[in-house]
Design a protein around this ligand. Structure first.
Ligand code: ZN
Ligand code: ZN
Ligand code: ZN
Length: 482
C-alpha cells in the first residue's frame, strides 16, 4: 500500500509539470512555491510590467507557459493601457499598451451670410470627443448694397429716413429736402404717409455734398429744376423707368457723377441737365427723347461716349460744347437740325458725319474741334450759315450739291484745309468764306467756268483768288483722298 501511494504522488508531479510546458524538476528539487529563489519570481508574483518575463529560471527548472494576453486596462487616446498573461503556476506577466493617439475628424467651417454668423473650420477626436481645434464664430457680413440691392443676397436696401416730403396733391407727394438724412446712399421711399412719391422737388438735394448715390423709386415721374445740382460727391444715380421729365439743370455740376442712363420713359430733358458734370464718361439717352436741350452736356470734359436714340431730331445749342474727351459720335438718321455751338471745342472729336436729313447747322456748331480731320456735310442742306466750320483740322471739305449760299466766314480759320469741292448749285459765297485758311490751294468746282463766273462773291474772295480752280469736277464726294 505504501509503494502504491508513492507511485501516485510521482505520477501527479509529472502531470503538473508537463501541463506548464517545462521539464519536470527532478524529484529531489522542491516545487517553486516550496523553495523560492531570491532572483526568480515565484508563483503568485508579478513581473515588472514593462518587461518581458524571463523564460528560464536559473534556480527553478519550471518553465512558464503563458496563456493569451488579456487587456486589463484599455489604452486611451492619451494614456497607456495594460495587458497581462499568466502561467498556470500563478506567475503573471504584465505589459503596457501604448496610448493610441487621437483620431482627428475635421469639423468643416461655415461661411457667414449677410445676416447670419459663420464658423471657422475645426476638428475633434472621433474616439474621445476632445475638441482638437476650436471653431470660432465669424460675424455676419452685413449687406453690400449697390443700386439699392444687396449684391450678395439680393435683399432690397431699406428706404432712408429723415427725408422731407410735402403733400404735392391729394393723392401724391414730393420729396422737397434731405432733412436730417445722413445716408451716403439715399434710398428714396416710393410712398410717404400712404401717398406715392411722384416728384423730387427743385433743389431737394442741392449741394448735399455727402450724398454719394441716390436710388430713385419708379413711383417718381418728375425730377425738378436743380434737384441734384451741386451734389459734388454724387457718383451714381439710378433714374428709373417711370420718370418722364427731367427739368433744367437737374444734375448740373454733379462733378463726381460717372455715368448716366436716361430711361426710355423720359420724354423731356431740361436745358443744362448735366452741365458741368466733369467726371461723366458715358451717357445713354432714352428712346423717347426727340430733342437734346441746349447745354445738355456743356463742360462735361470727361464725356467719351454718348448714345443717341434714333428718333432724335434736334441737337440744341452748346449741347456738347467743351466735351473735350468725346472722340466719335454717331448721329441718328432722324436728325434735322444742329444748333449753334453744338460741338464747339470738342477737341478730341476726330470725325463727324452729319446725316443727310439735317437742314440747319448753326453758327460755330463745328468750331475749335482741333482734332477733327474729317467732316461729311449733309446732302439735304441748302445754306451754310455763318461760321459753321471754324478752327478745325481737316484738309478737305466737300460742300454738298444743293447748297446755294455760303455765308460769312462759314468755313474759316482752318489752317490745314487744302482742297474744297464746291457744288454746281452755288449762287452766292461771302468774301470772308475761307478766311484764314492759308493752305487752301485747290477748288474742285462741279459746274463750268461760265457758271463759276456767275457766282456772287467769287471775285471778291481772297482765298479763292489764290487757289487753282478745276471746273466740271465729276468725281463723287466720298470716298475721296487727295
Ligand atoms: Zn509557470
Ligand atoms: Zn481622442
Ligand atoms: Zn445681403
Amino acid at each position: 500500500m505504501k509503494k502504491y501511494c508513492l507511485f501516485l504522488f510521482f505520477a501527479l508531479f509529472v502531470f503538473l509539470c508537463c501541463s506548464c510546458g517545462r521539464q519536470p524538476n527532478p524529484p529531489s528539487q522542491a516545487l517553486p512555491s516550496a523553495q523560492p529563489s531570491s532572483s526568480t519570481p515565484s508563483a503568485g508574483e508579478t513581473l515588472d510590467p514593462t518587461s518581458v518575463t524571463e523564460t528560464s529560471t536559473p534556480s527553478a527548472e519550471h518553465l512558464h507557459t503563458f496563456g493569451e494576453w488579456k487587456v486589463v486596462k484599455e489604452a486611451t487616446c492619451v494614456s497607456e493601457g495594460q495587458k497581462e498573461r499568466s502561467c498556470a503556476c500563478g506567475l503573471t506577466e504584465r505589459e503596457t499598451v501604448p496610448a493610441v493617439g487621437h483620431t482627428t475628424v475635421a469639423d468643416p467651417g461655415t461661411t457667414p451670410t449677410c445676416t447670419e454668423e459663420g464658423l471657422t473650420a475645426g476638428s475633434h477626436c472621433a474616439l474621445c470627443g476632445k475638441i482638437l481645434e476650436d471653431q470660432h464664430a465669424l460675424p455676419p457680413l452685413g449687406h453690400d448694397y449697390q443700386n439699392g440691392v444687396c449684391v450678395r443676397c439680393g435683399a432690397e436696401q431699406p428706404p432712408s429716413t429723415g427725408l422731407v416730403f410735402s403733400g404735392d396733391s391729394m393723392d401724391s407727394c414730393k420729396l422737397i429736402g434731405i432733412g436730417n438724412c445722413f445716408d451716403s446712399t439715399v434710398v428714396i421711399p416710393d410712398e410717404y404717409e400712404g401717398k406715392p412719391v411722384r416728384a423730387i422737388g427743385a433743389d431737394a438735394f442741392a449741394k448735399a455734398t455727402r450724398v454719394r448715390s441716390v436710388i430713385i423709386p419708379d413711383s417718381v415721374h418728375v425730377i425738378e429744376r436743380d434737384a441734384f445740382s451741386g451734389c459734388g460727391s454724387l457718383e451714381s444715380v439710378l433714374i428709373p423707368e417711370g420718370v418722364v421729365w427731367i427739368y433744367a439743370e437737374a444734375f448740373r455740376d454733379c462733378t463726381a457723377l460717372k455715368t448716366v442712363k436716361i430711361p426710355d420713359s423720359v420724354t423731356i430733358l431740361g436745358a443744362g441737365a448735366f452741365w458741368g458734370c466733369s467726371s461723366l464718361t458715358e451717357a445713354v439717352i432714352g428712346k423717347r427723347v426727340t430733342k437734346l436741350p441746349k447745354q445738355l452736356f456743356t463742360y462735361c470734359r470727361s464725356l467719351e461716349s454718348v448714345t443717341l436714340p434714333e428718333g432724335l431730331t434736334e441737337i440744341g445749342s452748346s449741347a456738347f460744347m467743351n466735351c473735350e474727351a468725346l472722340k466719335d459720335l454717331t448721329l441718328p438718321e432722324s436728325l434735322r437740325s444742329i444748333a449753334d455751338n453744338a460741338f464747339a471745342s470738342c477737341k478730341s472729336l476726330a470725325a463727324l458725319t452729319i446725316p443727310d436729313g439735317v437742314t440747319t447747322i448753326g453758327a460755330f456748331a463745328i468750331s475749335n474741334c482741333t482734332s477733327l480731320s474729317q467732316v461729311l456735310l449733309p446732302s439735304g442742306i441748302t445754306k451754310l450759315e455763318g461760321v459753321v466750320l471754324n478752327s478745325c483740322s481737316f484738309e478737305f471739305i466737300s460742300v454738298p450739291e444743293g447748297v446755294r449760299t455760303i455765308e460769312e466766314s462759314a468755313i474759316s480759320s482752318c489752317p490745314s484745309l487744302k482742297t474744297v469741292i464746291l457744288p454746281r448749285s452755288l449762287e452766292k459765297i461771302d468774301p470772308t468764306v475761307f478766311s484764314d485758311c492759308e493752305a487752301l490751294a485747290t477748288v474742285l468746282f462741279r459746274g463750268t467756268e461760265d457758271e463759276w463766273q456767275k457766282i456772287e462773291g467769287v471775285a471778291e474772295n481772297e482765298q479763292l483768288a489764290g487757289a487753282q480752280i478745276i471746273f466740271s469736277y465729276k468725281v463723287p464726294d466720298y470716298p475721296i483722298r487727295l
